[in-house]
Design a protein around this ligand. Structure first.
Ligand code: DGL
Length: 260
């Protein structure tokens, strides 16, 4: 079964990475819209158009189900994509519910892109679960650019994150939500800057769980197939040696982040 994934860039690899482990017999198509990254600072209409292009491309390549491995594209475009295409779409959302449930009397900080933060989808999610007003929001747009430049450990990225997180009294926070798939590349940095009691969580497992459940309902599992992945950058084939080397490097980085 061909499962399509798309993101504005390399962020969605964090979802693909965990999907490999959970679905060992499937074929994956990954569309990184690197010509148009970042989505988080674009308008809703622009992201709808770009997401539409990505979905159409993946369907043409044979995807039978599509994971929107991007919180920003999900916020802006999941509803219109579901209206337009008959394949199922699995969206992503910041892990607000588990963060509130496990806050342990402390506050929750949701980090995301500016678009995710201003969209109604996140407002509704918070409205539904945040009964006591414990959630605060922090846009971290520059982390996306740092990730795309594979700049994971520089003084500049550390200083940026420390400065942004430093606007909050970390002692008050029990849960920090990574509400953008690009942010997972910096889990070590979040861990380093935040006090040990503040847990860093993401919404990836919720998305994989939903993907497996929809595939089960629709009887979509491949029996005994061989796992493979084809990469595309904004619609161009990216399976040459150089590109694959870069994607492998990113998977290795994510492997490391999984141990944190
Ligand atoms: N990776 C995306 C997300 O999960 C968006 C990054 C961007 O392009 O701004 O929100």
């Amino acid at each position: 079964m061909k499962i399509g994934f798309f993101d504005s860039g390399i962020g969605g690899l964090t979802v693909l990475h965990r999907a490999f482990g959970a679905l060992p017999n499937e074929e994956f198509l990954y569309y990184a819209d690197e010509d148009n990254v970042p989505y988080g600072e674009k308008s809703r209409a622009e992201i709808m158009e770009l997401s539409d292009r990505a979905a159409e491309f993946l369907i043409e390549k044979g995807a039978k189900i599509i994971v929107i491995a991007c919180n920003t594209a999900t916020s802006a475009a999941v509803a219109s994509l579901r209206e337009r295409y008959s394949v199922p779409f699995i969206g992503m959302e910041p892990a607000v519910k588990p963060a509130i449930e496990n806050a342990d009397g402390k506050r929750v900080l949701v980090t995301a892109t500016p678009l995710t933060i201003r969209e109604e989808k996140l407002r509704n999610l918070i409205g539904k679960y945040d009964k006591y007003g414990i959630v605060d929001l922090l846009p971290l747009p520059r982390l996306v650019g740092f990730a795309e430049r594979l700049e994971f450990e520089s003084d500049a990225v550390r200083a940026y994150l420390a400065e942004r997180l430093g606007q909050f009294d970390a002692a008050q926070y029990g849960q920090i939500v990574l509400g953008c798939t690009h942010f997972n590349y910096f889990k070590d940095l979040f861990r380093d800057i935040l006090p040990p009691h503040a847990k860093v969580i993401d919404g990836v497992n919720g998305t994989i769980k939903r993907l497996i459940s929809v595939m089960g309902e629709k009887d979509m599992f491949e029996q005994g197939g061989e796992s493979r992945v084809d990469y595309y950058v904004s619609g161009r084939d990216a399976n040459d040696g150089e590109s694959l080397k870069r994607f492998e490097k990113l998977h290795r980085r994510l492997e490391l982040m999984e141990t944190i």
